[in-house]
Each structure stands twice: as C-alpha cells, then as structure tokens.
Design a binder for this molecule. Structure first.
Ligand code: CTP
Length: 396
C-alpha cells in the first residue's frame, strides 16, 4: 500500500488508448490511492463517465461550470497530491504549454500547485512535430514529469514513439514521485551513466557509437522506482529523461567523467554508458575543408579517461561499483578479465554482436566475486528491475 491515502487527480484527454486508464485506476486503488477522474470532451469520446466513476468510486467531473457549482475548479486543483494526465493528447500538451484554460481539465492544470505527470499518446508524426517537441521542452523545463510514450504498434498502421505507456509503467512513475521513501532504496544515492558519448572532430563532425541508452535509462528508472535518489549522467540519446531521476546531459567522455566525479559520494554506481575509448587528439576549431587534390586527412586519436576504472579507484568510491562489458566474442572470459582490470565489483556482460545495441532485449552474464550467473534473454526493462532488486538486496 505504497500510495495509501495519496490523492490523485486523473485527467483523461482524447486518445483511443484511453481505455487503459481503467486498468491504471484499478492499480492505483489497489495501492491505496484515492483517484478523482476528470474527463475532457475528447476523453469522454473514449471512456464513459460511468465507467470511470465506477472504477474510481467517485463522481467524475467533466464540465467547468457544473464543477463550479459543486466543488469549484480551484478546490479540485488544490486537493490532489499529484495530477496525472493520461492519456495526454497533443492538444492537451499544447494547451498546458501555453497556459490555456478553456475547459475544466486545462483550468485545473493552470490552477494546481501539485506536481503534474503526463503520459502522452498520439500518432508518431504528431509526437515528432516541432510544435509538440517545443511544447514538451517547455513543460519538462517547468518541472512537469513525463512517462512514455512507448514505441510500438498503434491504431494506425505505423510504428514509432507515441503509444501510451502501459498502466504498470505509469503506476511505477506515480509511485516514484509520491512514495519514493517507501522503497527499499530510500535514502540511497546511486550514480548511473547511460548512452554513447560524442567525440568532436570539428564543429560539425563527431565520432559516436550505436548505444541507444535504453538499458542505462531503464536501470535509472528502476532504481528510482525503488526509492533511490538517482543521478543519471546521459550522453546524447533520443530518450526522454526518466521520471523521478536527476538527469545531467553531457556529450564527451571527459564531460561524463567530470560530472560523475562531481556527483560523488554515492552508495552505488552503475556504468552502463558506451563511452568512446578514444577521442580525436586535436579537435579542429573550424570545419575541416576538402582542398582540391589533397589526400583524405588522417585523424590522430588520444585515449579517453576510463570512467568506470576511475570511479572504482576513487577516494570516494561507492560501496558497490558495477560495470558492463560489451563483447563480441569470449563474452564471459573477457568480462572476468575486465572486472579485475577495472577494479569494479560486478560486471554485466553482454554479447553485442547481434541486435543488442539499440534493441529492446538483452542477455546478461553477471560476473561477481562469487562466480558467473547466466540470465535468460529478457527485455531491457526486466534486466533493469532485476539488477535494481539485486542492488537493493546487496546494500541491505
Ligand atoms: N567505460 C568507462 N569509460 C571508458 C570506457 C568504458 O566507464 N572510457 C565503462 C563502460 O561504461 C562499461 C565498462 O567500462 O561499464 C566496459 O566497457 P567496454 O566498452 O565493454 O570496455 P572497454 O573498457 O572499452 O574495453 P575493451 O574495448 O577492451 O572491450
């Protein structure tokens, strides 16, 4: 009952995925939360007032003027501990970003001082449109929390980001905001790195790798869901910042190291970033030009700092330091050697010769001082949850 007595105002705007909020509401009530439903005109096209009232066990509000007579939009806005907009349509996000207040839902969103979590759902083109990008940037800069959207099959025969996050995911994001102190990692600080690094060649070119950041971001989210205070140092990725996580964006390996060192002390560190081993020794200050008849340039490389090894041998070394080993052959053998060489406690080794980088699944071999554990292939989110639970058990 991690959400016992917490009050959630659930705003449902128009999307075909709105049926999922009935399951979300069931999960929230099971965790002890009181849920008040608000329907926009669009939301009411997909979920009936009666269904939402039935599952929340409360009167559903859908009209500004009727609500005024009964309870008042200001009171509705002040009551909750958290306002959740799920699904959040493109139109709803645009209204929020611009402070419009032309119906009950948008008026509550402008009047509330409670934290706000949005779970967007829309067609991929709408999600990727510069207008929605700008609206999301404005909202997240203002502290609005985001869960999803997921990638996958949607109502249209097209696949890409835009799909409403699953009810369990939205529930976890709500718990991470409202009840972090109730998790087993409460009061722990954990540092996580994720994504690739970009090493500049000149102002317009860089060296990168195929890391998507999916595994590292999922680990940060899973740790936060267990109550940890997480600092995520992320290289350039297209993922959104995980809810409830302090995310610092960096570009190069050297920036990543400096940010990690500044984030210490920590109880544990998980280094999931695919840090570039080398950078260009002399970054050109102007764009390198092709001179007619000249040969292709040779790039001299310099060694980047090893962040995992540096943190493992740091004066403020976290009690538990965990690295990854991306290998294409002799996976376990190389991982055992890497663990010793880097001075970390655990290594999660994976074979990256297939579809792991950028993909959604991972097959892990966990190397510790007690030996090697072979995990079956599972979704990156599951790897993250399993690892977070192991870290919680180890930290005690
Ligand atoms: N790592 C790091 N800093 C680097 C290179 C790697 O922190 N400059 C970390 C990664 O985040 C990962 C671990 O070290 O946790 C192993 O990364 P991997 O790329 O597998 O190993 P490398 O050190 O690059 O070794 P090799 O190229 O020999 O496989």
């Amino acid at each position: 009952m991690r959400l016992a007595d917490r009050r959630i105002l659930l705003i449902v705007s128009g999307s075909i995925s709105a049926y999922k909020v009935l399951e979300l509401t069931r999960l929230l009530r099971k965790s002890g939360a009181a849920v008040t439903g608000v329907l926009t005109a669009g939301g009411a096209r997909f979920v009936t007032k009666e269904a939402l009232a039935g599952i929340t066990g409360q009167r559903v509000h859908d009209d500004l003027w009727a609500a005024e007579a009964e309870i008042g939009h200001i009171r509705l806005a002040r009551l909750p501990d958290l306002v959740v907009v799920a699904p959040a349509s493109a139109n709803m996000l645009a209204k929020m970003a611009n402070g419009l207040a032309d119906d009950l839902a948008s008026t509550i969103l402008l009047a509330t001082r409670a934290p706000v979590l949005v779970a967007p759902a829309m067609n991929t083109a709408m999600w990727e449109h510069p207008a929605t990008r700008a609206n999301m940037a404005a909202l997240t800069a203002r502290g609005v929390r985001l869960v999803g959207p997921g990638v996958g099959a949607m109502a249209e025969p097209e696949s890409g980001p835009g799909r409403l996050a699953e009810p369990a995911e939205i529930h976890a994001a709500i718990e991470a905001i409202l009840a972090p102190e109730a998790g087993p990692l409460a009061s722990r600080h954990i540092l996580v790195t994720s994504g690739p690094t970009h090493e500049p060649i000149d102002p317009v070119r860089y060296i990168a790798n195929r890391s998507s950041g999916k595994q590292g971001h999922a680990i940060a989210a899973a740790l936060a869901a267990l109550g940890a205070r997480v600092t995520l140092v992320a290289g350039p990725v297209t993922l959104s910042d995980p809810p409830g996580v302090t995310t610092v964006h960096v570009e190069t390996a050297r920036e990543m190291l400096a940010t990690c060192e500044a984030a210490l002390p920590a109880d544990a560190a998980v280094m999931a970033a695919a840090v570039a081993d080398w950078r260009v020794a002399h970054e050109a200050s102007q764009k390198m030009k092709k001179e007619p008849g000249a040969d292709a340039p040779t790039l001299a490389m310099a060694l980047n700092p090893d962040i995992l090894a540096t943190v493992s041998r740091h004066a403020q070394r976290p009690r538990l330091v965990i690295g990854f080993a991306a290998e294409t052959e002799k996976v376990v053998e190389h991982a055992i050697a890497k663990r010793a060489r880097k001075g970390c406690d655990w290594i999660l080794a994976n074979d990256v010769s297939g579809e792991v980088m950028g993909g959604d699944a991972n097959r892990i071999h966990l190397v510790t001082d007690e030996g090697v554990e072979n995990w079956p292939e599972m979704a990156k989110a599951e790897v993250a949850e399993r690892l977070a639970a192991r870290i919680a058990a180890w930290l005690g």
